[in-house]
Design a protein around this ligand. Structure first.
Ligand SMILES: C[S@@+](CC[C@H](N)C(=O)[O-])C[C@H]1O[C@@H](n2cnc3c(N)ncnc32)[C@H](O)[C@@H]1O
Length: 298
């Protein structure tokens, strides 16, 4: 069986690929983005050249997920929401129509995406705030200076009613995932919930090895699986049994049922990832010390 080895975290190759892709994407979409802006397009449509958070219709995917937060996770308009790896506001934009007396905090490792959100979303909705976190991710931020496994979310304990992580754990390794589950448990209020997405292996109708499906999880990535040995963060799959263990160790529980996505059959679509509702069940671990290079919002 092929396996991904622990490659150097700060390798020049990843940085070069990242810069080349960023320039290429902006150049490719420049005619469209300029025309959209000059033609008075919706200011809440992010430039395509900046937005690389997934396939499909950006606005439609966001609206669909907000329905899932409400129907599966019980999100209310009064909730305090945390969006982990918020990208360029795909969830935040439709949430601005949903949230009433509640509030929204999002953080992400992409400085460009966070700046766009601050300029275009916070300026119109003061209860929506965005924080840049300089976290290393080979695919999304090879210039990051803080490892995800050491990153303390920049919020005090028990601050949030609802946490969101859409298409985030599908780009993290086991150590980072474990730490992020602990952080979710720390920042949720008792009884707080989270909607998180995964590619789960070994569930109903899913082979444990993740092979020969619309996504081919051909390589081991520690106890997880990935589609790409050279860039394992491209798409990561997680054994369902292991997730059960990790979630309960973190002080969370899985609220059944899991809503399975269509990723074994199709590679593109708003409903391809598996959706898991987490609940804060026990006193979570974590303390009030630690550093992450980011100032806590007031
Ligand atoms: C596929 S995008 C999804 C973005 C957003 N959640 C959405 O659904 O539109 C993955 C996002 O995770 C961010 N990311 C990657 N590693 C991260 C980490 N360790 N902590 C926070 N964000 C991270 C990336 O910068 C990127 O914006």
């Amino acid at each position: 069986m092929k396996s991904v080895t622990d490659s150097p975290r700060q390798d020049l190759g990843a940085k070069a690929v990242f810069v080349a892709k960023a320039i290429g994407r902006r150049a490719l979409w420049a005619p469209y983005d300029i025309k959209h802006k000059l033609g008075g397009g919706d200011p809440l449509d992010p430039p395509r050249g900046l937005s690389f958070v997934g396939h499909g219709d950006f606005r439609d995917v966001g609206r669909w997920y907000v329905q899932q937060f409400e129907t599966l996770g019980g999100l209310t308009a009064e909730d305090r929401i945390l969006d982990i790896g918020c990208g360029i506001g795909r969830m935040a934009i439709p949430l601005t129509d949903f949230v009433k007396s509640g509030s929204y905090e999002g953080f992400d490792t992409s400085n460009a995406m966070i700046r766009w959100c601050q300029k275009n979303i916070t300026s119109r909705n003061e209860n929506f705030r965005f924080t840049h976190a300089p976290i290393y991710n080979r695919k999304y931020n090879p210039f990051g200076t803080v490892l995800a496994e050491d990153f303390r979310f920049p919020y005090d304990d028990a601050q949030f009613d609802f946490a969101i992580a859409t298409s985030l754990f599908t780009h993290l390794g086991i150590v980072e995932t474990r730490h992020y589950l602990e952080e979710i448990a720390r920042v949720l209020k008792p009884g707080g919930r989270a909607l998180v997405t995964f590619f789960l292996l070994g569930g109903p109708g899913r082979p444990a090895d993740g092979r020969d499906l619309a996504f081919d999880f051909a390589f081991a990535f520690g106890p997880l699986r990935t589609t790409d040995a050279r860039e394992p963060e491209a798409a990561v799959a997680f054994p369902e049994e292991l997730l059960d263990e990790e979630v309960s160790t973190a002080g969370l529980g899985i609220k059944p049922p899991i809503t399975y996505g269509r990723w074994p059959e199709v590679a593109v679509g708003r409903d391809i990832q598996d959706m898991v509702i987490l609940e804060k069940t026990a006193r979570a671990r974590g303390d009030s010390s630690g550093s992450n290079g980011v100032a806590s919002p007031a």
